[in-house]
Design a protein around this ligand. Sequence first.
Ligand code: MEV
Length: 328
Amino acid sequence: MVTASAPGKVYLFGEHAVVYGEPAVPCAIGLRASVTAEKRDEGLRIEAEDLSLSGFTVEYDDDETNRPDIDVPNSLVDAAMGYVDEAVAQVREAADSPDAGFDITIESKIPLGAGLGSSAAVAAAAIEAGTRELGVELSKAEIAERAYQVENTVQDGQASRADTFCSTMGGAVRIEGDDCQRIDSPDLPFVIGYDGGAGDTGALVAGVRELRDEYDFAADTVEAIGDIVRRGEQALAAENIDEIGDLMNFNHGLLSALGVSSRTLDSMVWAARDAGGLGAKLTGAGGGGCIVALDETPETLTALEYTPGCEEAFRAELDTDGVRVESG
Ligand code: MEV
């Protein structure tokens, strides 16, 4: 039996613009999904705990017609099972064991569907745990590639490499098209506010595309986000946290101009800034979900806890480990 875990992520800079070839900098956060894999004779048994699925156990033998009757929304079950199914397919292929059966247990502290990369973390941890359980040790580059294949298959060819690369490698990473690298970063005192919702990523990306097609200044805004990311990389290398915060504020303003913020995201961003946070912005597709701020003091966390529309607020450190084996 092997347990592996992998972190979630926030976008420090660059979401949406990354779709048009600009660079982006996601950062892994110390909030993890862990997956335990234990060999069994055949089939797949999945148990999930602490997800917003609120715990379910299913047993099935890879046969679509044999779906169990469980009392949670089908889309959530299908989503979670889809990622685990595909991760197990990658494990079987990597270990050249097409018939390997597993008991899989998932425990996640990353809110599901909040834009914090929970599915990428589950995919990376499942691949690490499953292959190790079969006696195969993959490089991180190979885990990142296979986790990307999982997301890309489940998301019908629409996944970017950002979440899976960041979750596998840990730290701050730079994504530009298919080029992914880890970059230097100081410790970043993240504070995250979550409004309990989620935007529709496809619709938000389409909305930015329409604006960009219609207005040159929207296309310029996308390019300006790329400029922020390039300045942000320099600020990270120089460990200039004040400038990183300022650039996060600029980045939020430009995302807002592109129509992907929301009233609750803006309220949380302003609450963080008023509380003395060094910078604050939405993270991910927007429309709802999470904001990320930087603050070493307790002020931003407290302010978010009292902000109407903020369902949950928590601290998260920059995770530098990425995917790792916990036991086994
Ligand atoms: C969503 O988490 C990030 C976006 O940039 C979309 C993408 O990169 O696929 C909005």
